[in-house]
Every structure is written in C-alpha cells, then in structure tokens.
Design a protein around this ligand. Sequence first.
Ligand SMILES: [Zn+2]
Length: 485
Amino acid sequence: MSDIRNLEPKQLWNYFHDITQIPHPSKNEKKIVEYVVAFGKKHNLETIVDKVGNVIIRKPATKGMENRKGVIFQTHLDMVPQKNSDKKHDFEKDPIETWIDGEWVKAKGTTLGSDNGIGVAATMTVLASKEIPHGPIEALFTIDEETGMTGVFGLEPGLLKGDILMNLDSEDEGELYVGCAGGIDVSAVKTYAEESSPKGMAAYKVMAKGLKGGHSGVDIALGRANSNKLMFRFLMQAEADFGVRLAEASGGDLRNAIPRESYSMVLVPEIKAAEFEAFIKGYDKIYKAEFSDTEPDLKFMSEKTSVPAKVMNQGDQYRIIRAVFVCPNGVVRMSQAMKGLVETSNNLAIVRIKDGKFETYNLCRSSVDSAKEATAWKIAAVFHLINADVKLEGGYPGWKPNIHSPILKTMSKVYNDMYGKIPEIKAIHAGLECGILGGVYPNLDMISFGPTIRYPHSPDEKVHIASVVKFFDFLCGTLKQVPVK
Ligand SMILES: [Zn+2]
C-alpha cells in the first residue's frame, strides 16, 4: 500500500492528498486558496476571503448542538519549500510526491507540507462531515504563516464570531500548547569618527567560533554561548589591560539565531604582542571551562594580520565596547506559571563595526507583553547612553499561558477519558499565530494541538500515521464536549 489515500481516516488523507497536489509555498497560496474556497462553496458553507487572502468558512451547529460555544479551527495554508540539493523540484509548479515509510508518511526529497496540511485536511473533514456532532464552527485558514505571518497580522477584528480557538499547528500528539512568546526587534546604530592607526602597533584578528548557535527563542535557555558576548567581554579587558584599539568587529547574521561566530580586528602595542597572544590563549581556556558542558567545539583564538589604516576614536570605542558588554542577553526571567518555560529573553544577535558605523540588532521575546516591552526598553536605555539611534520595531504580542483555561480543562478530561492519560501541557518560547490572534481577539480561549510531525521545514519532514488517527479522534471527541455558551 503506497497511496496515502487509503489511510484512515480516509476522508482526511484524501484532502491531504489533494493539498499535496497543489503547489502552495509561502507567498504563493493563490491556488490553494481557490481550492479551499471551491470546497466551501461545494458544501454550501459561508465562505469568505478577507482583504489579505485568509479564508474563513462557517458551518452551523449540527442538530441539538446549537447552544454550544463557537469553535474556531485555525490552520495555515502555506508550506515551507525545502528540498534536497539533488532533487529536481519546482515548488511553484510540481506536486509533492508522498510515500509511506512504515509508520510515517514522507515526501520524496522535499518538505511534505504536513505542517500544516494535516490540520487543514482535518478541518475540511469536519466541515464536510454529516456525521460528526459539533456546535457552531468557523475555520480560519491563514496565509503566509512561515515567512512573516502577514495573513494573521492582516486579520481584521470583528470578523470571527467564535469563543474558542483551536490552532491545529502543533507537532506532538498528546501535548496541548497554551502559550507562546511575542517578540520585538531592538536595533541601535551609531556613527563614529575614525582616526589613523597609531604607530608601533601589531594587528590581530580575534575570533570566537565553533559555537552551536540555535533558535534564539526555543534554544535560549540551553546555556550556549553567544559569540558577541564572548567577544565584547574580552575586548573590555583587552582595552583596559593592553590599550587595544578597535578597527572593526562583526558577529551573527540572523536576528532569530544565537550568533555562532564573531571576530574583531584589534591593534596592540608591538612590545606587548607576545603577552597579548598569551592573554588570548587565557581567554580560550576561561571560555572552554565556562562552557565545557554546552560548547565542546568552542574556540577563542587569534591570527596576526596586517595593520589597518584606521581605528575607532578612543572615546567611542570605550563607550561602544561597554554598551555591548552590558546589553542584556539570554534568559531574563523564567515563567512562574509554567515550570521550565522561559518567560522573557533577549538575543544579542548581530553586532557590526566597520567604516565609521556601529550597528546592533536584538530580538527580545516574552509571553508577557509588558515584560517584553520592559526588556526592550532596558536594551534601548543601554544604547541611549552612548547616543545611538535606537529603534523598537516589528513588535507582536505573546500568548500568556493560562493554566485555568476552560478549554484546556475540557480537553485534558476528554483526552484522559479517551486514552487513559492526561496530556502534557506546554508553551513555547517562540512566536505562534495564536499570539497575534489573541492580540486582535483578546477574549478567545485558545489552545493548540496536532499530530506528531518530525523535522518540519526540512526534506526529512514526516508525519506519524497513527498519531493522525488519535489527533482526529481527539478533535471529534472534544467537539462533542464543548461547553454550552
Ligand atoms: Zn506550521
């Protein structure tokens, strides 16, 4: 059996098969939007396409369920287009080739789109069904979740009528998600005067490398090193002890990745060169010892280089080094509501110093919006002190975990009744559409769940077949138990 259309629940897998046949990478959702709209119309359901291209389909309650709270199923229509380098595939034209590998459904050499195609197919199955009992339902299919969330950002208030939002975009069957982090970008830019390099100096390129990096939210509490932090701590002491002059520096390249590599170009009085080399080796030892558990491949090293023509003026150098050194980074606060969850963090992601311009870019996250703002302002304050031009941009709200959420209670009980175990309750220190939706619709009781998906966003993406059955049965079981309005 190689055709996924024969898997159970059959209707769900048939819709998923349809979805795999329609190219739908992020920002190219036109065809899949048409498909979902045609589906809504075919089933005589109220179908709306909003201003930005999200689709909303409404289905009235089944008989005897009219008094229940309204449920919104939320999924995203786009998928991440990733393929193996040897695979010939055009994501704007070619269908995804699916195959069954034991307990899993996979794609041949590309992402599968089970993130979030299974959620979309599950929603369609409920919308098309004549047998599943449920209260009033709205299905919200958003666009562009994977590359900027412009769909959910563009969603207008007042459009959705439901009381409970079920996001079907989680990736571990048996887990219920009840929170996520919001984020805000904090940048600081400052120009500085350069001056001619002093005479009698030796030049070194100092490097921090071999770090693991990782996702700036999900991996922020793993105790990994931030290469920018290593570099500027070193620079602070190097300036004090050796009178180094800074010519340039750079570290990190993505706001949402923990920086793995940084370098600086520094000048040291020639007579102190040997001592300086030993000093760098000392820092290598210190850092290796401090991060022995988390960064086994860390290297802090230098190589001699030709003396650059210009360096930063001493006053700005003093201030900039100290500002980067004290800038908050890493976990700022752990959640008090959920054990082990990071509430607030900052990633000192990017630092660049070159040709008279200093820049730094930070991504600050929190599930508590006021804490996110306070941390962003703390970072801003540090760079205000050195007269940098500071900007707070691209802010989006978090979803503060509510462990007393009524739908969480209902679903925990339903799951326990069905499968004899309480589901795990979780939150994620990263952005989800729920955070933004909750910002627009603050009264929604929200929850997120889904089937088991592994390696999403990569050509190894796969969805666990048995978990789809459990996920869908759980969804239908929950619908029966949705409380009266
Ligand atoms: Zn997704």
